[in-house]
Design a protein around this ligand. Sequence first.
Ligand SMILES: *Cc1c(COP(=O)(O)O)cnc(C)c1O
Length: 466
Amino acid sequence: MKYRSTRGSPKSLSFSEAVLVGLAEDGGLFIPHYIPNLPIDWRTTWRNIPYTTLAHKIFSLYIPSSEIPSKDLENIINRSYSSFKTPNLYLLELFHGPTFAFKDVALQFLGKLFEYFLEKQNAKKSNAEELNKITVLGATSGDTGGAAIYGAEMTTVPDDNVHNLVVEGTFDDCQDIVKTLFNDTLFNQKFHLGAVNSINWARILAQIVYYFHSYFQLLDSLNLTPDSHNISGVKLQYIVPTGNFGDVLSGYYAKQMGLPIDSLVIATNSNDILDQFYKNGRYENSGVVETLSPAMDITVSSNFERWLWYLAYEETEHDEEIDKRVNRAGKGLLIGDVLQKIVRRDFNSARVTDQETLDTINRYYSCKSKDQLSPYVLDPHTAVGVTAAERQHVTSEIYQICLATAHPAKFSDAVEKALENIPSFRFDAITPPEFKGLLEKKKRISHVDRADPELVREIIERELKS
Ligand SMILES: *Cc1c(COP(=O)(O)O)cnc(C)c1O
């Protein structure tokens, strides 16, 4: 398996190159040369196996064993997921990792991959040679309005090799800066930039696993065995709170591989560029607004480019054409009927306002939603997903699984606001011990007054020198 760019550079890269480099030279994103099919017996042999074993089977379809031998891959996966507690059903809780958000699932693995590839490169060097290192550069929505804990989690990390830059601007600005610096060949060669945002293929790959895992969990809960005759009638709809389109794109790969997914629902907040695209075929940035679900306050979704590549591929079956179209897409785009049909075959979308988000959090805590057995505290991102799920018209053989992307304690402002009329609710009761005292800890941040790549470049050079 090799990797190529969405913008048509003829260069083929190995998995390790794609992961270490992050962004292609031509500014595109890496995608695999083909989407592998599932083995014939996946329904039986992939069932009832631990999450880590399932991850090994899926990753092996995308990572040649010549790059990571099977035993090594097993070891990396085990070390990536040892810090997770077991998640739930139907609401797929993906926030049981070290930072209490779904991104841990992919980032734990990515961190181990960086380490593995660097160690391998460095093992070949003599004592006199300088060791290879990378500078990981990531954009995050961080410390916006309702996310004090979210921000404190990263800005109070004591390690000397972690630097937090607070940029005056939006997440889109930060993501732009990251891409500009990646595309600056000299700077990139000097500091060996590594990408941790979902422009990195390994993030998308790691997230494919939980779509399969939740499918098997669902079959178990329905008591369906692989030879139950109605098993093939079971179809899934995943509802995904979406920002950069990474999480939902992983679901798209799972569907293309052959997992019986009926549809993927793109759930957005008021930053609804993807919802607009779905509804009228127009992808046009009209500026970002701050919402109660800050991790989704994004108007330029990186992974949209990967998706677009597949859409254009299906429409034209002609590589050169696609590359040109994908390349132009950054500036806004309008698609025709044929593509819109292809979009609707796999996806649905919904836009959810802050008020609806608050109402949903309140309803689910007060047990006012149908079929609910006990109170549940939704985080605002997951609440966007749940609201979108309720709006779908699905038949009885379709099971809805909403991805729960963050622990509610991370977004205390939204949760407290939603539940302020419920005197019995105490925020303390849902706060994990890891968060206690976080806001009093010393923050380590550098301010960047303008969203200007030059300023960020200077700070990186200075920090790395010292
Ligand atoms: C990042 C994030 C999302 C959006 O995921 P994408 O892959 O960027 O679409 C949703 N919810 C939370 C809590 C997040 O951190």
